[in-house]
Design a protein. Structure first.
Length: 333
């Protein structure tokens, strides 16, 4: 919570909650690969594909995205380009999630290679560019290739790197992306700095936002973290946070990233993987008819068996089941 105990949790408390969530995840075996938990990753896949493409202006709703990816059906009257954007992103995200394997705590290989960055971009845009290439598209700027011309400053004031500087800046960016956070810098802020610098370089002709978010998630997944899904409802805040990084303010973007990682832990990973007696944050135990707020109030009133820790209330699936039954028996009062 804020310093006075009210309102949104502070940034540091969000960082602690992420650390605790990752510790919980490691305690139950760590991040599973898609081969072990395909249905779990499928749900994350739908959400990320829908929201990340929507941030860039794609108008397909989640139901249309699911039908396109599950059944290959293009439902609705959108332009072909929009369906191909979703398919391309889904293909790239599927490839990124395939990297989610049990990793040693000390990883010797890089978290991200240049060839992998190019692979992500190629998967994101290849099918779209076959039918709707960018305006003034130059030979040599194809999928996976860096742009060969300069870009005008954005309305936010950010000026992408000159195309002649892309190779050395990406080389330096990869060095930072594959390094550990500097002393005193939380991993979420380190990840935010990496993401912001990629968007400042803007190495590709198009698709930099989608590629940047997927590259960020590849790094997170290889570190054993949940992927960060930036929801379309948070688009204005996300874009403002990116703008603030141009002034050296990385905290807001780091907080958005941390909240997104925590949300993936609570919505998808911990509920699916934890046993019935595993202590979890109540946000990971919320249900359609039992919100996090309702569970917190029940815990505060002693109706839900729970434990209060530094980062909030914790309970178990068993205890929440017991509370849900007692709630029904007394008329959901």
């Amino acid at each position: 919570m804020s310093k006075d105990g009210r309102g949104r949790p502070s940034r540091l408390s969000i960082y602690r909650a992420v650390d605790d969530g990752i510790a919980e995840l490691q305690g139950i075996g760590g991040l599973p690969g898609p081969a072990v938990a395909s249905e779990l990753w499928r749900d994350i896949w739908y959400e990320e594909t829908h929201n990340s493409t929507a941030i860039e202006g794609n108008t397909l709703i989640l139901k249309q995205v699911r039908m396109l990816l599950e059944e290959g059906r293009a439902v609705g009257d959108r332009e072909l380009r929009e369906y191909l954007e979703v398919k391309g992103y889904a293909d790239a995200a599927d490839w990124v999630y395939a990297q989610a394997n049990d990793l040693d705590a000390e990883r010797e290989e890089p978290y991200l290679l240049l060839s992998e960055l190019r692979e992500i971009h190629s998967r994101v845009v290849a099918s779209v560019w076959d039918v709707a290439p960018p305006v003034n598209f130059l030979p040599g700027e194809g999928p996976g290739s860096f742009r060969l011309h300069d870009i005008l400053p954005f309305t936010s004031g950010m000026t992408p790197a000159p195309f002649t500087d892309i190779h050395p800046r990406i080389t330096d960016w990869l060095r930072v992306a594959n390094a550990e956070p500097p002393p005193g810098v939380h991993l979420m802020e380190h990840i935010a700095r990496i993401h912001a610098e990629f968007e400042r370089i803007h190495p590709f002709r198009d698709g930099n936002g989608r590629t940047g978010r997927l590259a960020m998630n590849l790094i997170l997944v290889r570190r054993g973290y949940a992927p960060a899904i930036i929801y379309k409802r948070d688009r204005p805040r996300y874009l403002r946070a990116l703008e603030r990084t141009d002034r050296g303010e990385f905290g807001p973007l780091a907080e958005i990233t941390a909240r997104a990682v925590k949300d993936s832990l609570d919505r998808f990973l911990l509920p699916a993987l934890a046993g019935p007696h595993q202590m979890l944050p109540i946000s990971a135990l919320a249900r359609k008819n039992l919100t996090t707020l309702a569970l917190r109030r029940a815990a505060e009133k002693g109706r839900l068996q729970a434990q209060r820790r530094a980062t909030g209330w914790y309970s178990t699936k068993i205890w929440v089941d017991q509370y849900a039954r007692s709630r029904r028996s007394r008329g959901a009062r």
